[in-house]
Ligand binder design. Structure first.
Ligand code: FES
Ligand code: MG
Length: 576
């Protein structure tokens, strides 16, 4: 039995339990909300931060799911209060929800700090919402449990199982190559994404929710439960029960989000063959928890972790529902105990060892045994070289192997619109050996590092059957994308990184085995080009965009805002 906190030990006591006028007013206003004193006084106040919205198909079920969380909170003797927070919809929000990840992180932090909150349940899952909620909560450092939105059901069309995102790109290429027409596209529209929930490939959403589970901030097994499965309601209720217990134990996020936990999250992301976006987000999340995580940590760990999850797009066949029924994340972690830090606590257990002790794998083709991995080392490599002095990443397991050591002439596009307009121009002389370079798509230049990194293969090459080429950018790439795409080039071109100096025709060598990316132009010539380079004009003269442009850090340090990432004290508000 966990000893219960006395009412005066709760943070919310400052709002409710003191003798002054303020407490009287807070109690009166809670009567106004319709609650009896005995329903809430002396109980832990649990904020449920819900990213539900009508515009977000990945979170549309969270409106109902919050009721299950509340059920759990009430039953454990807590007082649940739901807070709607901004929704980050990967599909609809332009130019990219990455521009708004830090805004949701700020909102999360400031809501939790400014209201009478003892603990928080964070509900999200579509790509950036997971890091945003956890970054904000880590900065406040209250007890918190993350409720992952859960993957949508597998897509279906004409007898084929479809992966959201991944098959969207694939069939769009087929349409461009003239292999399918409008009638097929109409069918695909209804089949690609057939239930609420986040993308059901091992895209950014599944990768980040798995990372959250590996960090230890979810109910065990939570991250792969399909969004519309009744098990998702039960998991949400369990999260409600768990958060009240955590408040009584005073187990805060700082006790869970340790360096060991982040190392295990990196191991997990790599062993799942997960999204390259996780590199940026985990670095940012770790920063908020006071842990220094670097690109080199990813590369070092990648060399020790085999890819065991046979889930698209890194794996061949399966989707998240298959992964769930094969044992989910506990099953996966049970295959790599020697690569994990088993003595650290989670929200549910005193040790990770205890958490995964009963875990099993039920399908060896979905979660592979160590002697039959999908790939013998982690799916992401960190590159260095004169084109990316502060690093770049490539998800090499999703690329055609013959391109992993490749030299070819650059074809440079200054921005995304120019690329769209000119890439199919026969005059551009692009061949399968060309190296497509897109700049102006980084954290400031994009802005927000849009997922432009999987540059399209030109139409004439598609028709010849070319399906992959070396592509380099300071952009990100969707976790459901694939190809020999070098991403997150740092520093970005917009602030004068070497990418700004490349010219069409310059030879570039990608060598994934050697972890290098080299522009074959000598230093003197690069200096000459730099002398003639002028920084682009500021994109935003006012508003959030101006703040973003001023504060955003580069990809290798996680794209947080400098004023949010820096260490320092923030006083708890005086409420009494
Ligand atoms: Fe939300 Fe893919 S669009 S997770
Ligand atoms: Mg995505």
């Amino acid at each position: 039995m966990v000893p219960m906190k006395q009412p005066h030990e709760l943070r919310s006591h400052q709002w409710y339990g003191t003798d002054g006028l303020r407490s009287f007013s807070h109690r009166a206003r809670t009567r106004q909300l319709g609650y009896l004193p005995e329903e809430h006084l002396g109980k832990p106040v649990i904020a449920i931060l819900n990213t539900w919205s009508d515009i977000n198909p990945c979170h549309v079920h969270l409106r109902d799911r919050a009721q299950a969380v509340k059920r759990g909170v009430w039953q454990a003797g807590g007082f649940p209060l739901e807070f709607p927070v901004s929704t980050l919809s990967e599909t609809f929000q332009k130019p990219t929800p990455m521009l708004y990840r830090n805004l949701l992180a700020m909102e999360t932090e400031e809501l939790l700090r400014s209201y009478p909150v003892d603990g928080a349940v964070l509900m999200g899952g579509c790509d950036k919402s997971t890091p945003a909620l956890l970054m904000g909560a880590a900065s406040v450092d209250l007890p918190a449990v993350f409720v992952p939105a859960g993957p949508m059901l597998p897509g279906h069309w004409r007898g084929e199982v479809l992966g959201s995102g991944t098959d969207m790109w694939k069939y769009w290429d087929d349409k461009r190559a003239g292999l399918i027409g409008d009638c097929e596209l109409t069918g695909l529209e209804s089949g690609l994404a057939r239930s609420p929930g986040h993308c059901m490939t091992m895209g950014t959403a599944s990768t980040l929710t798995a990372a959250a589970e590996a960090l230890g901030v979810t109910v065990p097994g939570a991250s792969s439960i399909p969004a519309v499965d009744s098990g998702h309601d039960r998991m949400a209720a369990k999260a409600g029960l768990t958060i009240v217990e955590l408040v009584h134990k005073d187990r805060r996020l700082s006790e869970i989000l340790t360096r060991d936990a982040f190392a295990d999250a990196v191991t997990t992301v790599l062993g799942l063959g997960g999204s390259t976006n996780a590199v940026i987000h985990l670095i940012a999340m770790a920063g908020r928890a006071g842990v220094t995580l670097t690109l080199d940590d990813f590369d070092r760990i990648a060399r020790t972790v085999p890819v065991l999850a046979n889930v698209r797009p890194g794996g061949q066949r399966y989707l998240m529902e298959d992964f769930h029924f094969a044992g989910g994340l506990p099953g996966f972690l049970s295959r790599i105990p020697d690569l994990l830090h088993l003595d650290r606590p989670t929200v549910a257990h005193d040790t990770l060892r205890e958490q995964i002790s009963a875990a099993q794998v039920h399908n060896d083709d979905v979660i592979r045994p160590r002697d039959n991995p999908v790939a013998s080392e982690g799916g992401v490599a960190v590159l260095r070289g004169n084109l990316c002095p502060d690093g770049a990443v490539i998800k090499h397991i999703a690329a055609e192997p013959h391109l992993l050591e490749h030299t070819g002439p650059a074809v440079v596009f200054d921005d995304y619109r120019t690329m769209q307009r000119t890439i199919n121009d026969p005059e551009s002389n692009i061949t399968a050996d060309s190296v497509l370079v897109l700049r102006g798509a980084g954290p400031k230049g994009g802005p927000g590092m849009p997922e432009y990194g999987m540059l399209p293969i030109p139409d004439h090459l598609l028709k010849q059957g070319v399906r992959d080429m070396v592509r380099i950018s300071d952009a990100r790439m969707s976790g459901t994308s694939y190809g020999a795409c070098v991403l997150h080039v740092a520093p970005e071109s917009y602030i004068g990184g070497p990418l700004a100096l490349v010219r069409t025709g310059d030879p570039i060598t990608l060598d994934v085995r050697a972890r290098t990316l080299h522009l074959h132009v000598d230093d003197e010539e690069l200096e000459r080009r730099r002398a003639g380079w002028t920084p682009p004009p500021a994109r935003y003269e006012r508003g959030y965009g101006a703040l973003y442009n001023e504060q955003i850090t580069q990809a290798d340090t996680g794209c947080d805002f400098e004023f949010l990432a820096r260490p320092g004290q923030v006083p708890d508000p005086y409420a009494g």
